[in-house]
Design a protein around this ligand. Sequence first.
Ligand code: BDR
Ligand code: CA
Length: 314
Amino acid sequence: MPKRIIIDTDPGIDDAFAFLLALASPEIKLEALTTTQGNVTLEAATRNALAVLELANASHIPVIAGSVVPLVQPLRASAHVHGESGIGNSKLPTPKSKTIEGHAVDYLIQRVLAEPGELSIFPIGPLTNIAMAIRKEPKFAKAVKELVIMGGAVLEHGNVTPQAEFNIYVDPHAAHIVFHSGVPITLIPLDVTHKCLLKIEHVDRLLKIKSPITKFINDAVEVYLRFSFDHGFTGSALHDPLTLATIIAPELLTFKELHVDVDHSSGVSMGKTFGDFFGNTSKPVNMKVALQVRGEEFIELFIQRMETLAKSIS
Ligand code: BDR
Ligand code: CA
């Protein structure tokens, strides 16, 4: 039976690649996308989500718009990483499909409470929607099966400040609520995503297949590759798609159970995630953290799945 998931997202180039990977994976049933501000405004994120689904012939998947601003912090966007539109230089047509009416937080609550213990949520943007759902409906935390979160930098340095990773930094108060909610959490931090690099030769390999999917990947990733090279990487990190490895290739990841907390004060380490490796705090484990990955094998898997998807959409 495929695993039933909802992706909570702020697309975002690698967010878009995560949708494509989910759609290309028979082990996964993608049931909805809920959107949030993050890489771009909520409006742009929602448009991108609809447009990417349309590109992949998947407009039947519902998209529901969520939070416009983080809980406490101001809105931040990362055009320098993802381009002004949020999906690099790709020029996807204005989507014909529309969002489902209502707020993503209410949608998440309604879906999760309707089937307690059945739905996994994959948050791959700031955690604002998830924190709001936890606060709005006290039954939500017990009813959601699990959260598989792309966020944080546990032993690794940050990518938006020296200490903080983008998704957690954008809404550290939301991350604090989520980390202390009691929901089973798997964390996919920069420690592992920085080892999963999509390189020019991979994109060239994909371009051998003529398809709107391979064209989109190429056009979207150009901006992100330039940003990655400027920061000393040999390719672009597939942060968000790696969350799905927990379903399609969990053997590629090595996890450690830890108590992880987040700094939500407004000092220099705001958004920093830190694990209690020595058990100094005596606080109980609150998540499973991926600390190692066989990155090249994950990239190979990603490319193979994109090749298959590309061949089915011409
Ligand atoms: C995360 O930040 C975003 O820019 C990416 O989409 C990813 O979710 C990596 O820090
Ligand atoms: Ca993202």
